[in-house]
Design a protein around this ligand. Structure first.
Ligand SMILES: [Ca+2]
Length: 201
């Protein structure tokens, strides 16, 4: 009887216990797309290149030719977890578009889709991962093309506290490193190790 009571008490305390908080990963503030290589299905002219959508300059923009569909593709450099994509549209925005990720630039997975895009500035929560992000427009809102001032990509924990040379930093680019031979021992000059060293700039 005492055992049954003890079990009942234990059960009731379990039931009364508040649910353990779920550790939600914080969506970081850093922009993993900043100055990342970008390509597009087309440009309206040389004045509106794909790179202008990821240059951090809210005055420059990518603009496509005036037809459907059109896309902008960003290479994040390595596979990234995505938690938010921010789009800043020019007046020529997409009414229908998809956000897609890819591990290789060939196969694409939709992580967001709309047919009622509002234009303006959109902060779109997403769940997905991939090295490449593509904004794939299927219906323009105006007779003009698709035009984006800026695209920003946020990753879980991608804050500004990651040291700039940390390999986990999404801003890190391979070209900022050079291979420096390291002499292992005197008299073994040919036996050099490859040591990643940040360059001065
Ligand atoms: Ca820009």
């Amino acid at each position: 009887m005492a055992a049954a009571l003890a079990i009942a008490l234990a059960l009731s305390s379990l039931l009364a216990a508040p649910a353990a908080p779920v550790a939600a990963a914080t969506c970081g503030t850093a922009n993993a797309a900043l100055n990342a290589p970008a390509t597009a299905s087309s440009t309206e002219s040389a004045s509106y290149p794909a790179s202008a959508a990821v240059d951090g300059d809210t005055g420059s923009r990518w603009s496509s030719q005036f037809s459907d569909p059109q896309w902008l593709r960003i290479d994040l450099g390595s596979s990234q977890q995505l938690c938010e994509v921010d789009l800043t549209w020019e007046a020529a925005y997409a009414r229908a578009f998809e956000l897609q990720t890819s591990p290789d630039g060939n196969t694409w997975t939709d992580i967001y889709s709309t047919t009622t895009g509002p234009g303006g500035s959109q902060a779109i929560p997403v769940t997905g991962s991939g090295r490449y992000l593509r904004i794939y427009g299927t219906q323009r809102a105006t007779p003009y093309g698709y035009s984006l001032f800026e695209v920003a990509v946020h990753t879980p924990g991608g804050g500004s506290t990651i040291p700039p040379t940390d390999p986990k930093n999404p801003q890190l680019r391979a070209e900022r490193f050079r291979l420096r031979p390291r002499i292992l021992a005197a008299g073994h000059a040919e036996q050099a190790d490859l040591d990643l060293q940040p360059t001065a700039h």
